[in-house]
Design a protein around this ligand. Structure first.
Ligand code: UDP
Ligand code: MG
Length: 336
């Protein structure tokens, strides 16, 4: 039995596809028209030099407001290895990555940014690790020196906090430059959750994971789409998807309040017995008001926990809406 299990776990290395896998590269794009040309050139050069059965590059245009999609479409016209998905609007990088992972058909799937901060030249090394048996390989930045000081400090604090309150551990410095085995991609695609948080999801699914170091480059062009506010929202999404602490903490506060008011109530009773009554009924009113508000906070916290979960599930909205696709050859392409 255990023999079978271990065989299964290493199925990819044993199969014939390990020597010459079909490779997919998934790239989310948001206003990256400046980087596309150099990205396509460097990526193609790398992929052509590798021992692969075939490769495809899936661009996901996340509702760019610049020329990105037009340029992607031009590239698709000259390079048959390219495919494109265009979102109906900006749904965010998480949705773009989810769409790309669902569309990718390879035995191995690379996920990388479109601004050339993730050097394509690293892909062969990552694929070597996969050949060696790793199911997921993450490129971890050795330094965050390209980021401003405040952002670095905040990100460090976030990872430390996350480790404390959540069920999964995030690799600090691990960005979204990864290579996945097909089994991991299928596992990720099978998650129905609405609030995507790829860093948490990849660590949640498990499998044999390895890391390689890399030094992120400067953006090839354009500006990072991540404002401080957006990063904050991302952090909150991540926390709420992988920790219920923000909800549960109110129950604890309510409990503490109830405890304190019980003590205070006891003290008021004793004081009334010893020193008499300041104002008729004062002690009993204070006790019941404080104690009941504590109890109410507890029950509100419990209710909030359930309502929050029901709300996200019940909405059941799709993660993203696609307006155009190129190169998938399934008759669902729109031409406009
Ligand atoms: N991106 C996206 N949708 C967005 C924001 C960003 O698809 O709403 C893409 C972007 O085009 C790039 C990647 O996500 O390929 C990383 O974005 P960015 O460079 O802005 O993030 P940073 O490198 O600062 O973390
Ligand atoms: Mg970037």
């Amino acid at each position: 039995m255990s023999n079978l299990d271990s065989l299964d776990a290493h199925a990819h290395a044993a199969s014939s596809s390990a020597a010459q896998p079909r490779l997919s590269v998934v790239i989310p794009l948001y206003n990256e028209s400046g980087s596309l040309g150099p990205l396509h050139q460097r990526l193609s050069a790398v992929l052509k030099g590798m021992a692969l059965a075939s490769y495809e590059v899936v661009f996901v245009d996340d509702g760019s407001r610049d020329n990105t999609y037009a340029e992607v479409a031009e590239l698709c016209a000259i390079d048959p290895a390219l495919k494109a998905i265009r979102f109906a609007r900006n749904f965010g990088k998480e949705a773009a990555m989810a769409a790309g992972l669902r569309a990718a058909s390879g035995d191995v799937v690379v996920l990388m940014d479109g601004d050339l901060q993730h050097p394509p030249e690293l892909i062969p090394e990552m694929l070597e690790r996969w050949r060696g048996g790793a199911m997921m390989v993450t490129a971890v930045r050795r330094s965050r020196d390209t980021d401003p000081w405040l952002r670095r400090q905040l990100s460090r604090a976030f990872y430390a906090f996350f480790r404390k309150v959540s069920e999964v551990a995030l690799a600090e410095g691990g960005g979204d430059f990864r290579i996945f085995d097909r089994a991991v991609v299928d596992a990720i695609n099978s998650l129905p959750e609405r609030t995507r948080f790829m860093k948490g999801i990849t660590s949640w699914v498990g499998f044999r994971q390895e890391e390689v170091d890399f030094e992120p480059e400067e953006r090839a062009a354009g500006a990072s789409a991540w404002s401080m506010l957006r990063l904050l929202r991302y952090a909150i999404d991540g926390l709420s998807a992988f920790s219920t602490l923000p909800l549960r903490v109110w129950s604890v506060i309510g409990l503490v309040m109830a405890g304190l008011s019980a003590l205070y109530g006891a003290w008021l009773v004793v004081r009334t017995i010893i020193f008499g009554i300041d104002l008729p009924g004062y002690a009993s009113i204070m006790v019941s008001v404080l104690f009941l508000s504590g109890i109410q906070l507890i029950s509100l916290g419990v209710l909030g926990e359930y309502i929050g979960r029901i709300f996200t599930e019940v909405k059941g909205r799709p993660l993203f809406l696609v307006s155009e696709r190129i190169g998938f050859g399934d008759g669902r392409e729109s031409r406009r």
